[in-house]
Write a protein that binds this ligand. Structure first.
Ligand code: ZN
Length: 381
């Protein structure tokens, strides 16, 4: 199960159930090969003619590590893998792969909700785990924009709706990296500027929100709610789909905003971060309220993921790193996220033991903190 020999206590700590503090639902329906291939890439297009998304680090990882969960030999060819998947059916495949991930609680970002995706509660049931909700800010703003009549309604409804949704959630999440980049003005916008921007917004509310003034207003409204309820605020940073300008998703770009939240005490959780995970580790090291994970970067770098984990651990305080699978669409991404997290951490811990830098007690404690303890503390699970 682990790629290296470790003292029993360290091994047990690594194999203990994980808190997956950021994930999405997986599909409940049967998938064609074309649909499956689109769900194992962050790109949104099929592989070029004559090629396949299975010829990627994550594609090879599915054949290596997910095939045995479906009773196939490791490295089963894609066609054999997908035939077995269809034979077992989506329900059974989801149960097997989510259970194999060894997760005790899923914190599900419900911002992408659609009838084909398992809900947070269903993710929990399929994976034999607890489940809680993370509320996506931009989704709530969209709902409010489509129903508000005037700017003042918009502002009031946004605050009310955020507070109501937050009451049932364990955290809030922003995708401002996608909407205007992380180099936004960190200051709270003036009421006058928000009213003027809201009036423009309400004239065409079906559009996705990209106005930096309203995005900042949304963030600061969320900060008020998060402070009131003691909730952390997650941010997409780094690696994502092609809607993103990657260079504007470097978490170091939001240093000003992070600094302004420090006295307020709202925890800021930097998701994914890759390839800016070293910047993220630095931010977590110097700001008391900043936490990081490398989420789907481990799934998508797959056989190379141990290096990403090792780079994050060069600097990140052990009480600041968390585990997430960031699974979405297919349960393979959950299983692989957990597997490469455990493998990568195991290799780093083995190296520290070999160098005599950390002792087995330290290693076990660190594995517990990163695997579940930090998330339990910050999300108050
Ligand atoms: Zn995500």
């Amino acid at each position: 199960m682990l790629p290296v020999d470790l003292p029993d206590a360290v091994r047990e700590a690594l194999l203990a159930p994980l808190v997956d503090h950021h994930c999405h639902g997986v599909r409940r329906d049967e998938l064609s090969r074309a649909q499956f291939e689109l769900l194992i890439t962050e790109g949104s297009t099929p592989a070029p003619p004559g090629t396949t998304h299975f010829d990627t680090p994550v594609g090879a990882a599915i054949r290596r590590w997910c095939a045995p969960v479906l009773d196939l030999e490791p490295h089963a060819p894609p066609a054999v893998y997908l035939a077995r998947r269809a034979e077992l059916g989506a329900g059974e495949v989801n149960r097997r792969l989510l259970e194999a991930a060894g997760i005790v609680a899923f914190l599900v970002d419900t911002g992408l909700e659609s009838p084909e995706l398992l809900s947070a509660a269903e993710m929990g049931r399929h994976g034999g785990a607890a489940a809680d909700e993370i509320v996506r800010l931009e989704q709530i703003e969209q709902d409010v924009a489509e129903t508000a009549q005037i700017a003042v309604d918009y502002m009031d409804s946004l605050a009310e709706e955020l507070a109501a949704r937050a009451a049932r959630a364990v955290g809030l999440k922003s995708i401002v990296a996608y909407r205007c980049g992380l180099d936004f003005d960190p200051a709270r916008p003036s009421r006058g500027s928000v009213i003027a921007a809201a009036n423009r917004r309400l004239s065409d509310p079906k559009q996705r929100l990209t106005d930096p003034i309203l995005l900042r207003h949304l963030l600061w409204t969320a900060v008020d709610v998060a402070r009131e309820r003691g909730l952390p605020l997650q941010f997409h940073t780094g690696y994502g789909d092609p809607d993103l300008d990657l260079d504007r998703a470097d978490p170091a770009l939001m240093t000003g905003f992070i600094r302004s939240l420090q006295p307020i005490g709202v925890p800021v959780i930097l998701l994914h971060c890759y390839p800016y995970h070293r910047q993220a580790a630095y931010l977590a090291a110097v700001f008391p309220h900043v936490y990081v994970d490398v989420g789907l970067a481990l799934t998508y770098t797959a056989a190379g993921s141990a290096r990403v984990m090792a780079e994050l651990l060069e600097l990140v305080p052990f009480h600041k790193q968390m585990f997430s699978s960031d699974c979405y669409g297919v349960a393979e991404t959950c299983h692989l996220g957990a597997l490469y997290f455990r493998h990568g951490l195991a290799r780093t811990l083995r190296a520290r033991l070999d160098d005599g830098e950390w002792n087995p007690t330290d290693c076990a404690r660190i594995a517990h903190m990163i695997g579940s303890g930090n998330a339990r503390r910050v999300y108050r699970l």
